[in-house]
Design a protein around this ligand. Structure first.
Ligand code: SF4
Ligand code: SF4
Length: 217
C-alpha cells in the first residue's frame, strides 16, 4: 500500500488527529483553569494582533504532520509551489539558530489566519501567553509564556506507538523535526509504496542537518 492509503484508509489520520486535538484541548482547559484561579487573562483567546507567534521555528512529530498533509491533498493545495515553500522554510529552520529565525509560517495567510488551524500541531495549539498581544511582535517585548501545564505536548511514547502502527523503520530517534519538513516528507511519501525506507532516510538526514548546522540557542 501507498503511504497516503495507509494514512487515510488505515485510520491513522483519525488516530493521529484525535491524539493531537486531545493534547491541545487538555492543555487549553488546564490553562484556562489556571488563569481563572490565578486571575490572569490568556491573551491568545482574543488576539487580533499580527501573529508573531507564527514566525518562530515550529517542530512536529511526523504523525502530527500526517493530518496536515492529508488536508492539503484533500483540498488540492499540494502544489509544486507549496512544496517549494515548505522546502525553503524547512531548510532555513534547520540551519538557523532559533533565536535568529523569524519568518511567517507557510500556513499563515495574508489575514493572519492559520489555514490549517484544525490540524495544527500541538506545539502551536499549546503556545499561550498572558502578556498583551502587542508584546509578541516587539523585538524587545516582554512575553509571558504559559509554561505549566503545557509542557507535555505530544508525548514521545505516542509518536512511537503511531510509528509502529504504520510500520516505520526504527531509526534510533523519533520521527520528529521542523514542521515544514515533516509535512513536506508526508506529501512526498504520499504516493510511495516504499515510504518506510524513504521516510527513514529523509527524517534521519533532516535530523543530521539540524544537528550539524544549528548550534544551540
Ligand atoms: S502568542 Fe501572542 S501573537 Fe500569538 S496568538 Fe497569542 S497573543 Fe496573539
Ligand atoms: S501551523 Fe498555523 S498556528 Fe502553527 S505556526 Fe503555522 S500558521 Fe501558526
Amino acid at each position: 500500500m501507498k503511504f497516503g492509503e495507509i494514512v487515510e484508509l488505515g485510520g491513522v489520520r483519525e488516530q493521529a488527529s484525535l491524539a493531537t486535538r486531545e493534547i491541545i484541548r487538555r492543555s487549553n482547559a488546564e490553562a484556562a483553569e489556571d488563569a481563572r484561579v490565578h486571575l490572569y487573562v490568556i491573551s491568545c483567546d482574543t488576539c487580533t494582533a499580527p501573529k508573531a507567534c507564527c514566525s518562530f521555528v515550529t517542530t512536529a512529530y511526523l504523525y502530527e504532520a500526517m493530518p496536515i498533509a492529508a488536508r492539503l491533498v484533500r483540498e488540492r493545495r499540494d502544489t509544486p509551489a507549496l512544496r517549494k515553500r515548505l522546502r525553503d522554510a524547512a531548510d532555513r529552520m534547520e540551519t538557523t539558530r532559533s533565536v535568529e529565525y523569524r519568518s511567517p509560517c507557510v500556513f499563515l495567510d495574508a489575514s493572519e489566519r492559520c489555514t490549517i488551524y484544525e490540524d495544527r500541531p500541538s506545539v502551536c495549539g499549546t503556545h499561550l501567553v498572558s502578556s498583551p498581544a502587542e508584546q509578541c511582535a516587539r523585538p524587545d517585548g516582554k512575553v509571558e509564556k504559559l509554561l505549566a501545564p503545557l509542557q507535555d505536548a505530544a508525548p514521545p511514547e505516542l509518536a512511537q506507538v503511531l510509528a509502529e502502527s504504520i510500520g516505520l523503520e526504527p531509526i534510533g530517534m523519533h520521527y520528529f523535526g521542523v514542521m515544514p519538513r515533516m509535512v513536506l516528507l508526508c506529501l512526498e511519501a504520499w504516493g510511495r509504496e516504499d515510504f518506510e525506507r524513504f521516510l527513514a532516510k529523509h527524517v534521519r538526514a533532516a535530523a543530521e542537518r539540524y544537528q550539524k548546522h544549528r548550534p544551540p540557542a
